[in-house]
Each structure stands twice: as structure tokens, then as C-alpha cells.
Design a protein around this ligand. Structure first.
Ligand code: FES
Ligand code: FES
Length: 167
């Protein structure tokens, strides 16, 4: 067994520190050490998007990173996004549009949707589809997921528009 390494990072706003195997992935660290099982593991090779989390605000594949590479970083998982209500409207839209079935892909979809919508709310359907190109869903056929993100984009754009008119 290899020597354990100290790692300290912030996950969902809380400082965490552990001694871990140097080869432990960030995904395994989140799931096994912190019991944050919302982050799923599908392909474990960067292809399916089930393991996406935010690192310093950018979506990363936690299956492709060693946890020690996140030392000193800020990580946010789908649990953190949900707890701080950052994706409440996206979750509601997924529910309303039946955008999940087995739910295996959903955490990654929500992280991607959050990142897309944080960058820009003026998203076309093509841009939404392109943005989801790294997220696999074996159940839904994607249409309902695209519809959900499109509806949130339109709702957020309307709120921004109303605010700018009232200023
Ligand atoms: S489990 Fe990481 S991309 Fe599939
Ligand atoms: S809802 Fe089953 S994989 Fe997407």
C-alpha cells in the first residue's frame, strides 16, 4: 500500500482535510471519504459526464482527477449547488418536463446546465445541445433535458430584462 498524502480543500463551502492514497480520484474522494454520492461514476474515462463537479467554478470530470490535485481548491458538487438554491429552477424544470428517468445522468446534467446558464442565458437550442454533448443519457432521448434548460434560460432572461427596465 502506498504512503498516504495529506489533502485539504473546500467542498461545498466547508473545509475538509484527509490523508488519502495518492491515486484516489476526486470522484472516489467525494463519494467514499465525504459520502457525497450525488456525484456518479459511469465510464470513469471522461466520456459520460456523470461525475461532473465544479472546481473553482468550472465543470471538471472528477473521475479523471486525483483528489490530491484538488488540494487547496474550491470544489462544489450537485449537493452544494442544490443546498444553496443555485439550481432550484433547473431542478424544477427537470421535474416539470420529465427530464429524468433512472436519474443516473442527472447530477452531471444539472452541473452542466448550471455552468451553461451561468455563462449566458441567451442560449439557442443548438448551443444547449452542444453544451450537453459531453453528457450521456441512456433514458430520456435528451429532448426533455434541452426543453428544461431552454425554459430556465428564457425565465432567467425575462427576470434580467424586467430588472434592467425597472432600474
Ligand atoms: S465517470 Fe467521469 S466522465 Fe464518465
Ligand atoms: S435518466 Fe437515465 S441515464 Fe439519463
Amino acid at each position: 500500500m502506498s504512503e498516504r498524502i495529506a489533502v485539504a480543500l473546500t467542498v461545498n463551502g466547508e473545509s475538509v482535510a484527509r490523508h488519502i492514497e495518492p491515486r484516489m480520484s476526486l470522484a472516489d474522494f467525494l463519494r467514499e471519504e465525504l459520502e457525497l454520492t450525488g456525484t456518479h461514476l459511469g465510464c470513469e474515462m471522461g466520456a459520460c459526464g456523470a461525475c461532473l463537479v465544479l472546481l473553482g467554478g468550472n465543470a471538471v470530470h472528477s473521475c479523471l482527477m486525483f483528489a490530491v490535485q484538488a488540494d487547496g481548491e474550491q470544489v462544489e458538487t450537485v449537493e452544494g449547488l442544490s443546498q444553496r438554491q443555485a439550481i432550484a429552477d433547473i431542478q424544477e424544470a427537470f421535474h416539470a418536463n420529465n427530464a429524468l428517468q433512472c436519474g443516473f445522468c442527472t447530477a452531471g446534467m444539472l452541473v452542466t446546465a448550471h455552468e451553461l446558464l451561468s455563462r449566458d442565458v441567451a442560449l439557442s437550442r443548438t448551443e444547449i445541445r452542444d453544451g450537453l454533448s459531453g453528457n450521456y443519457c441512456r433514458c430520456t432521448g435528451y429532448q426533455a433535458i434541452v426543453n428544461s434548460i431552454e425554459s430556465v434560460a428564457q425565465a432567467r432572461a425575462a427576470i434580467t430584462d424586467a430588472r434592467s427596465k425597472s432600474d
